[in-house]
Design a protein around this ligand. Structure first.
Ligand SMILES: [Zn+2]
Length: 281
């Protein structure tokens, strides 16, 4: 005979319902390791209110933070054809399907046209949560279309990078995007239309090696990882310990690889001022 008896169903066992109310209200900040109310981070453009750590942000959120209401998302219809029918631990097709379901996007890029203050601009923003923001043929073509829009409307172009680099599942087709976008940007330069490259955490590999470093202004968010090869590969190659803060925005600024490090809160007014003097004629 038990001492206590419990009525059935008194304790809630629906774990999905519990999770919504309890999990994720508080987070331990990646920057300062303090416990922060998640809502405070969300309300602060995904920046820690205590230490200023910049969390990753989706492409659509970035666009909506920069452009005035009434902007338009464009060029969203392209899809990868999986030209190599590539498969590693999973097939590339199923990776694409998963990423598409997760993000609601066809690939790791969103183009937009709209007003940034009084400037009519084209923005191309990469989506890191789509296969690590990797650049395949669709990303390349979509950025090339953003350049075409800039050329056609003589509008300044802003590319927001967040990428692990080329998409190896597309092999050479992915690497060809480096040349394709660089060539398109050269046309923009010939026409003297401003191009600002904004590098966010992380911008690495082939993206750094091409369009992300080709801006008339190359700027970055604080603390962003920016580089070509990873630090471990470099250390093994040159057999030297790398300095503190290597491959972070501030280090790159100090060594002349960037023009400015701009916090997310300051970004919009900063871009407006930059476009003011870049388009003043
Ligand atoms: Zn923090």
């Amino acid at each position: 005979m038990a001492w206590f008896q419990r009525d059935a169903h008194q304790i809630e066992t629906d774990s999905a319902a519990r999770r919504v109310r309890t999990e994720g209200l508080w987070v331990k900040c990646d920057g300062c390791k303090q416990i922060v109310f998640k809502q405070e981070i969300d309300d602060n453009l995904s920046v820690c209110p205590k230490c200023g750590h910049h969390y990753k942000m989706g492409a659509r959120e970035r666009i909506s933070n920069l452009l005035e209401p009434g902007y338009e998302l464009v060029d969203l219809e392209l899809r990868s054809t999986d030209p190599l029918e590539f498969s590693d631990t999973k097939s590339y097709k199923s990776r694409l399907q998963q990423a598409q379901a997760k993000t609601g996007l066809n690939d790791a890029i969103v183009n937009a046209t709209g007003q940034l203050g009084k400037h009519s601009v084209v923005i191309s923003a990469m989506e890191y949560s789509f296969i690590g923001g990797s650049m395949g043929a669709v990303v390349g073509e979509t950025i090339a279309r953003a350049v075409d829009r800039s050329l056609a409307g003589r509008k300044p172009l802003i590319i927001i990078s967040a990428s692990g680099g080329a998409r190896m599942m597309e092999g050479i087709a992915s690497l060809m995007q480096l040349a394709k976008i660089s060539a398109a940007l050269a046309r923009l330069s010939d026409e003297k239309i401003p191009y600002i490259s904004l590098l966010t955490d992380p911008t690495t590999g082939g993206v750094t090696a091409s369009f992300a470093m080709l801006g008339d202004l190359n700027i970055a968010e604080p603390g962003a990882l920016i580089g070509f090869a990873g630090p471990r590969v470099i250390e093994q190659t040159i057999r030297q310990k790398l300095p503190e803060g290597f491959q972070r925005s501030e280090f790159l600024l100090e060594h002349g690889m960037l023009d400015a490090v701009v916090s997310r809160k300051e970004m919009k007014p900063w871009l407006e001022r930059a476009l003011d003097w870049m388009t003043a004629n």
